[in-house]
Design a protein around this ligand. Structure first.
Ligand SMILES: [Zn+2]
Ligand SMILES: [Zn+2]
Length: 343
């Protein structure tokens, strides 16, 4: 599939990603590995080549990156190995052992890195697909206010689209995102939000499921996996709304849909990063009708169909301000019929 970030063919459909999962990060009989103390500087800063199978143990990849950062003057050699940054593997899923990395399988998040070093890492360390410069904030919309334009991390080199695989009772879902524009998630063996959605759908059998603050679509597409006939997803943040739409396409074989039409272009959506009045980003045709909107979820009532049994989930990012959350729930209840819950 064409990648909305780099324009190349770097995106695999859900079934391909899922079929690779059992072995993608496992070692071959010839793979050698050296477990390194991450909290100390590497004692043996020697670059180990990937195995003939093309994979290399994550610690060896980190030592390689450490050597480049030291050579470029970003590290002195006294910092621990963890100073390199935070690794996010692609695809991300619940893993019990550290991975042996094939090519293009690692997105690296660094606190301080320059373009030259980032480009050198991409060129010389084949496992790294992107280098991102982070900051002391959460990228994307992180509270319930829509007044400010959210900040994003900076893609320094490579392509930072990557997928997480989430397990549902109806089967796995593959959720892509552009990592620099969205918060970090780690798939676990048990996901309480997915579980809450499944329980509520089983209890109420709704005709319409609304995922009001959908992010990249995990909960809405869980409902899709369960066969709910009509699904509406919404997010105010352009990157979330776009990838929720894109993820319908990625996972389309799991839904009863004939076609998926994405109505907006990812780059052009950057011109209106935060939506207010909901605008339609995507729709499907077929047995299941799935739509995605970009807008303020409290305005969503204007686009909803009338007289249909409805279940809504409101998964606000910031749940600490309980008074604000309850007031938003109250406003939602006044405008949208049916059941509503916080996962
Ligand atoms: Zn790409
Ligand atoms: Zn090997």
């Amino acid at each position: 599939m064409k990648c909305p970030v780099c324009g190349d063919d770097c995106v695999l459909e859900a079934r391909e990603i899922i079929s690779h999962l059992p072995t993608i990060f496992s070692r071959c009989p010839d793979c050698r590995y050296h477990v390194v103390d991450k909290n100390s500087p590497p004692t043996d800063p020697e670059i180990k080549e990937p195995c003939t199978c093309g994979k290399r143990f994550i610690d060896d990849v980190f030592v390689h990156i450490y050597c480049i950062m030291k050579d470029e003057g970003l590290l002195s050699g006294r910092e621990p190995l963890t100073a390199v940054g935070m690794p996010l593997v692609h695809p991300g899923f619940f893993m019990k052992v550290p991975p042996f990395l094939p090519g293009d399988s690692l997105v690296l998040l660094c606190r301080s890195v320059d373009k030259k070093t980032a480009e050198r890492i991409i060129k010389e360390v084949s496992e790294v697909r992107a280098v991102i410069k982070t900051g002391d904030f959460t990228p994307g919309i992180s509270d319930t206010g829509l007044e400010e334009v959210p900040k994003t991390y900076e893609l320094m080199a490579g392509c930072d689209i990557r997928a997480n695989v989430f397990v549902t009772h109806s089967g796995p879902l593959v959720l892509y995102k552009q990592q620099s524009t969205m918060h970090i998630e780690f798939p676990r063996a048990f996901n309480p939000k997915i579980d809450a959605v499944e329980k509520n759908i089983r209890m109420t059998s709704p005709e319409l499921f609304i995922d009001a603050c959908c992010g990249t679509g995990t909960l809405g597409l869980t409902a899709g996996r369960m066969g709910v006939p009509r699904i509406i997803m919404n997010d105010a943040w352009y990157a979330a709304a776009f990838f929720a739409a894109y993820n319908i396409k990625v996972n389309r074989e799991f839904f009863n849909v004939e076609s998926v039409t994405i109505l907006e272009d990812y780059r052009q959506m950057q011109a209106h990063p935060v939506g207010t009045v909901p605008r339609k980003i995507c729709e499907t045709a077929g047995g299941q009708m799935i739509e995605v909107y970009q807008g303020d979820f409290l305005e969503l009532y204007g686009v909803l169909p009338g007289k249909i049994s409805t279940l809504s989930v409101i998964d606000l990012f910031e749940k600490k301000d309980m008074a604000k959350v309850l007031s938003m729930m109250e406003q939602w209840r006044r405008r949208v019929p049916g059941e509503v819950f916080i996962p």
